[in-house]
Each structure stands twice: as C-alpha cells, then as structure tokens.
Design a binder for this molecule. Structure first.
Ligand code: ADP
Length: 204
C-alpha cells in the first residue's frame, strides 16, 4: 500500500476542487462519497442487505436505493442510522482498502473523505490534509453552488465538525481563501512535498 493522504474539509471548503487538482497532477484519488454510492448500486450485495433489513419500500421504481427516503428514515433516529451504517460502513471501508492496495505502484494516493476525522480512516492515513476556508466564504460558496439560503447553509455547517477541531487535527492545511488558480498552486506545492517526503523516506 502506498502512503495515503487523507483529504478532508467542511462542506463547500473546496475539497472536490482540490481533488481535481491532485488528479490533474496524476495522483490516484478516491472519493469516499463515490464509494458510498457504489456499494449500494443496483445489483450490489450492499443494496440487497439494506432491502433485507429495511424493506423493499426503500427501492425506487428503477431499482435504485431511494436515498431521500432512507435519509428521512434515519435522520432523526440514531439507532436506525447505526443499523444502516453497520451494513454500509464495512463495505465502504473494504472497498477503500482494496483500492489503496491496488495503488501500490504510485508514490502516494489520496483518499477524500468528508467525515475523515469521525471515521476509522483517521488513524490509518499517513497524513491529514485539510482544505479550510473562513465560514463566511464557505457559506457564500455553498449558496452559490447549491442555491440554498443563508439559514440552511449555517445549519449545514453547524452539523459538521467545527472548523477549529478540523484545523487542530490537520497535519497540513490548504487555505482556500484565494482564487481557484491559487488553490491549484497550493495543491501542486503539497504534491511536491509528498513526493519529496516519501521518496526520501524510502516508503515508495
Ligand atoms: P466541497 O467539495 O468541499 O464541498 P467544492 O470544491 O465543490 O467544495 O467547492 C465549493 C464551491 O466553491 C464550488 O462551486 C467551487 O467551484 C467553488 N470554489 C472552490 N474553490 C474556490 C475558490 N478558491 N474561489 C472561488 N470559488 C471556489
């Protein structure tokens, strides 16, 4: 397994934009949100397990997981949420482990995980890289991207790990307070840092 950088950040911090910048540099990147969707794709063991547990009413007419209905079911009920996570989290973790092992030839790889700090991957990544931005900017970009109002934006931020906790957990920070171009330049600088660090460590 190559060294793994865990990339995280609050909603609309610029995590996906940073992911794209790493990909453009040729770095293998896996987005945990994508894995979470894959493990419940039609025909998957994950979807079958969910339907066994929660019932066929959580399927859409097209045979997909009805995410909205599922979200509503588990949103206000911690026990139900745990039950769902007990089915999906092991599958997500396994798929991510498998992907990491498959990147053995890369100097390093990036796992992008919004809830990295709350997940077991926190202990398993070699470096925690946090994309950070002032909350006012975060709210502005969230409103611009998703067209949601100020109150909901604040509520969504409130439901996440606090900015201070995220910064405190970081091994490295990308301050996304400038242009997208400057974000890309910061990613490129970290890329050089990782290449140098892991080459000289002999860990590649
Ligand atoms: P996340 O993946 O963390 O939710 P995104 O990368 O989607 O965040 O960024 C949120 C929004 O802000 C997107 O619309 C993105 O294009 C925009 N954005 C990201 N970084 C910048 C920046 N430095 N300047 C202006 N807009 C940005």
């Amino acid at each position: 397994m190559p060294p793994i950088v865990g990339l995280t950040g609050g909603i609309a911090s610029g995590k996906s934009t940073a992911e794209d910048a790493f990909r453009a540099l040729g770095v293998p990147v896996l987005d945990a949100d994508q894995v979470a969707r894959d493990v419940v794709a039609p025909g998957s063991a994950g979807l079958a397990a969910i339907i066994d547990t929660f019932g066929a009413e959580f399927l859409t007419a097209e045979g997909q997981l009805d995410r909205r209905r599922m979200r509503e079911r588990v949103f206000a009920d911690a026990a139900e949420r745990k039950r769902l996570e007990a089915l999906t989290h092991p599958l997500i973790g396994e798929a991510m482990d498998q992907w990491c092992r498959a990147q053995a030839d890369a100097p390093y790889a990036v796992l992008s995980i919004a809830i990295l700090l709350e997940s077991r991957f926190r202990e398993r990544v070699d470096f925690i890289l946090v994309v950070d931005v002032a909350e006012a900017v975060q709210i502005e970009r969230l409103r611009a991207r998703d067209g949601i109002d100020d109150a909901l934006a604040r509520q969504m931020l409130g439901a996440q790990t606090r900015r201070e906790a995220r910064r405190a957990a970081a091994d490295g920070l990308i301050e996304n307070d400038g242009s997208v171009e400057s974000l890309r330049a910061k990613v490129a600088a970290w890329h050089q840092h990782f290449l140098t660090q892991w080459r000289t460590d002999g860990a590649v």
